[in-house]
Design a protein around this ligand. Structure first.
Ligand code: ZN
Length: 252
């Protein structure tokens, strides 16, 4: 059975001489694994469209849950990511998160749109990397059923003067209210987090923060994601290393 769909290549692994095994996030089948035969040959018509972090229209042949790429044409190559180690590292983290939080064979159009929008913004430099990363992480948590409770302090019920996010239960509270592992937000980062929870997908990056508040938002969104997923991401560590290194260079 042939099926034409749109797919974002989350991961590619070399297989045998010239094949690629792809992890795809697709619009109609959700996350699937597909084999691209001969994709690593120079003459291959599917070589460009089956590269990691490419968005492509693909025609797949499916047989009892096993997919093979028959044709593939690039829709968005995210050119700006290639040749820039820092952007590529963050893009790989976005892909690793999308893979970790999606379910096999279950269409997740919002997750796909979020991943594509963030890769596009990163590729075209539509915002600081820290901003794109925090927006992605916060929204991904909301889409994955881990939306934080941000209405009022979960303990005293008031709007916190010194808001923190309780990582144990994902609830907003005052710095002095309740026990547990907390991460500081401050009013500005809290407003951004509330925005990221509710904003229309296309407006997700339409917020501005001071450097200090962005740092707090980033710290909270990252630690919350790591806590909820209960795992580490090698791509995240890699991006941090490169980012620290290049920013050290910038300061000199
Ligand atoms: Zn309180």
């Amino acid at each position: 059975m042939f099926k034409t769909l749109n797919a974002l290549v989350l991961r590619e692994v070399r297989y045998k001489e010239a094949d690629r095994i792809l992890t795809l996030l697709t619009d109609t089948e959700g996350k699937i694994t597909a084999k691209a035969r001969g994709a690593l040959r120079k003459s291959s018509r599917t070589a460009a469209a089956t590269q990691q972090l490419t968005y492509a229209e693909m025609t797949l042949f499916g047989n009892r849950g096993r997919w093979t790429v028959n044709e593939a044409a690039v829709k968005e190559p995210f050119e700006g990511l290639r040749g820039d180690m820092e952007k590529l590292a963050l893009a790989a983290y976005i892909a690793e998160c999308a893979e970790a939080l999606s379910v096999e064979d279950q269409p997740e159009p919002e997750l796909m749109q979020l991943s594509l929008n963030c890769l596009y913004a990163l590729s075209r430099e539509l915002g600081a990397q820290e901003k794109i990363k925090a927006a992605f992480e916060a929204r991904l948590m909301c889409l994955s059923g881990y939306a934080p409770e941000l209405g009022a302090c979960a303990v005293c019920g008031r709007e916190p003067a010194e808001p923190v996010l309780n990582l144990d239960n994902g609830c907003l509270c005052c710095r002095s209210c309740g026990a547990g592992e907390k991460v500081e937000l401050g009013p500005e980062a809290l407003a951004a987090l509330r925005f990221l929870k509710a904003a229309p997908a296309k407006k997700l990056l339409s917020f501005n923060l001071s450097d200090d508040a962005l740092l707090k938002l980033g710290g909270a969104s990252e630690r919350y994601l790591l806590r909820r997923t209960e795992r580490g991401f090698s791509t995240l560590e890699y991006w941090k290393q490169i980012r620290n290194y290049t920013q050290m260079g910038d300061r000199k």
